[in-house]
Write a protein that binds this ligand. Structure first.
Ligand SMILES: [Zn+2]
Length: 121
């Protein structure tokens, strides 16, 4: 299996308003988000790539237009946790490219959340 990844960045605010007031994530705050798109393929294309990184431009545009300098609570359906954001971005990316295997979202230097669908047996 061949695996490639590409990172994207955006800045945004959010709050997890279902959490109790004592939880710091219930307050409005912002992150410098990092998003990593993971593509996998058992075989390479005729150019020797899983997919040309340049073809991922629509994902960069999506992140820039929908998420950058936005309030995520206005954009992302449901809870704006990193996990749910990864799922939402996965659904978009996998609709464009069949090689998309996972999306990772990082809110801080030390944390990553990943969504990847369960493999069917
Ligand atoms: Zn947060």
């Amino acid at each position: 299996m061949y695996v490639i990844t590409k990172q994207f960045h955006f800045e945004a605010s959010h709050r997890l308003d279902h959490l109790p007031p004592s939880h710091k994530c219930s307050r409005w705050h912002g992150h410098s988000y990092r998003v990593e798109l993971v593509l996998e393929s058992a075989q390479l294309n005729e150019d020797g790539f899983v997919r040309d990184y340049g073809e991922l431009e629509p994902f960069k545009n999506f992140v820039g237009e929908k998420l950058d300098h936005r309030n995520l609570n206005d954009v992302v359906p449901g809870v704006t946790s990193a996990e749910n954001l990864a799922r939402w971005l996965y659904d978009f990316a996998s609709s464009l490219w069949p090689e998309v295997a996972a999306v990772r979202v990082s809110e801080t230097q030390k944390t990553w959340a990943e969504y990847r669908p369960e493999r069917r047996p």
